[in-house]
Design a protein around this ligand. Structure first.
Ligand SMILES: Nc1ncnc2c1ncn2[C@@H]1O[C@H](COP(=O)(O)OP(=O)(O)OP(=O)(O)O)[C@@H](O)[C@H]1O
Ligand SMILES: [Mg+2]
Length: 156
């Protein structure tokens, strides 16, 4: 397993890392984002969105569990923080196997519904503007993706 870690020092750096990941994503990819309130999950999602050519502003879907955006690839932005029943089936599978990229904030809250292969990104608060990003790929596709990111030297 290729686990990758980066320290980013600003919101822009977080978005830059997300951009590089976004550029490698394909239909059917599922990204789980974990981290405390305000860690930067939505910020990271914005970075992915811009690299998918999405012009619309991506924001926290506070009362909406699922938002769809249309770019070169569709982006399905899920935030399951307010989902009351972790087994409630909102048709997640259709998104995971659909024709776009799915990004899930607080993914562990629906862990029993997640696909077996997934790229989980943990975002840890270090200081007001610094974060540690830890990429944990599960499955061949995401291990490969992480290798490509390493080869590209993501922080450049
Ligand atoms: N390096 C950084 N990366 C990401 N966000 C940062 C960074 N430094 C500061 N911030 C700030 O931290 C906040 C992150 O908010 P964001 O909405 O992305 O978090 P979140 O993890 O989605 O929170 P929530 O759990 O409420 O959905 C923003 O105000 C952003 O400007
Ligand atoms: Mg958020």
């Amino acid at each position: 397993m290729t686990k990758i870690e980066w320290i980013v020092k600003s919101e822009d750096e977080t978005k830059k890392v997300a951009n590089k990941l976004g550029a490698l994503l394909e239909a059917g990819d599922v990204i789980a984002l974990e981290g405390d309130l305000g860690a930067g999950k939505t910020t990271f999602t914005k970075g992915i969105a811009s690299s998918l050519g999405i012009r619309k502003t991506v924001n926290s879907p506070t009362f909406t569990i699922i938002k769809e955006y249309h770019g070169e690839l569709p982006l399905y932005h899920l935030d399951v923080y307010r989902l009351e029943d972790s087994m409630e089936d909102l048709g997640f599978d259709d998104y995971f196997h659909g024709d776009g990229v799915t990004v899930i904030e607080w993914a562990h809250l629906i862990k029993d519904q997640l696909p077996a292969q997934i790229l989980t990104i943990y975002i840890y608060h270090i200081s007001e503007s610094s974060r540690k990003l830890v990429f944990m790929p599960v499955g061949e596709r995401y291990n490969q993706l992480c290798k490509e990111l390493l080869d590209e030297n993501i922080s450049n």
